[in-house]
Design a protein around this ligand. Structure first.
Ligand SMILES: Nc1nc2c(c(=O)[nH]1)N[C@H]1C(S)=C(S)[C@@H](COP(=O)(O)O)O[C@H]1N2
Ligand SMILES: [Mo]
Length: 256
């Protein structure tokens, strides 16, 4: 029997996505929903890795497909003094810190990142709230940044630390964070984007740098990046589930 990728994905996506239209906050609070998400996660990850090679590309679109008013979501202007100061200075003082389980920790300015290899992709962003938008993203492949930092043999995940304080569902002084495993981090369409639709990334969409991981749901795509931390596990980071939304019940593997 030939496995039909579309069918399987549609089946798993339907289970995972249908009840999610209710919106981010309510789902996270519902224990039944948490169980559904936990069960579906294993099926989705298993199905995707079985039928789609890990290197498979997410669909790319044309300029004509770009959504005119891309919807901003979650934080749209971080409520943080340090961030506001950097924004006022055009992010000249902003640096991306890369540390944790790496041989070469370091800091990258925007011009450092712009001098590295670049990739442009027109892709669709899917939020679990039930909306999608298409945009053109340009940035440095995360693989290139990892090559510069040289993760150690123990490193298994990249944790993305953001500037914005979490203000949903009991955020207690934490800032937004997310994570990917190293396979997903090194996927060719996983980029740290500094441009959107041919212009500087606007603040509402994550200036000066945001993650694009095109085979994952919207909440994985951390905006307002400040620090990449290479880790062996999520223990001791936030609630220990690998992301601010994961700590509130969302699945860590958010493949689409
Ligand atoms: N730092 C940070 N990143 C974030 C969020 C957030 O609130 N803070 N929201 C996530 C969610 S749920 C979505 S759908 C997308 C929204 O990206 P956009 O504002 O460019 O549409 O960002 C994701 N990344
Ligand atoms: Mo989202």
């Amino acid at each position: 029997m030939r496995l039909d990728r579309r069918h399987l994905l549609r089946a798993t996506a339907a289970t995972a996505a249908a009840p999610l239209l209710a919106g981010c906050d309510r789902i996270a609070a519902d224990p039944a929903m948490r169980r559904v998400l936990a069960q579906t996660e294993h099926l989705t990850k298993w199905a995707q890795r079985l039928i789609a090679p890990r290197a498979a590309l997410a669909r790319e679109f044309t300029e004509a497909d770009i959504t005119q008013a891309f919807r901003p979501n979650g934080t749209t202007n971080p409520d943080d003094d340090e961030y506001q100061d950097m924004a006022a200075g055009g992010f000249a003082d902003w640096r991306l810190q890369v540390d944790g389980l790496v041989e070469q920790p370091g800091k990258f300015s925007l011009s450092d990142l712009r001098a590295m290899p670049a990739r442009t992709q027109i892709t669709r962003h899917d939020c679990v709230e039930g909306w999608s938008c298409i945009a053109k993203w340009t940035g440095v492949p995360l693989a290139a940044v990892l090559d510069a930092a040289r993760p150690t043999a123990e490193a298994a995940f990249v944790v993305f630390h953001c500037a914005d304080p979490v203000d949903f569902d009991g955020g207690r002084g934490e800032t937004y964070y997310e994570s990917l495993d190293l396979d997903e981090a090194r996927h060719p369409q996983t980029i740290l984007a500094y441009d959107m639709n041919g212009a500087k990334l606007p603040v509402r969409h994550g200036a000066p740098l945001r993650l694009r991981a095109e085979r994952q749901l919207g909440y994985k795509m951390a905006k307002y990046l400040m620090r990449l931390e290479l880790v062996a596990s999520f223990a001791g980071i936030g609630g220990g589930k690998g992301g601010s939304w994961e700590d509130r019940g969302y699945t860590w593997y958010a493949g689409i």
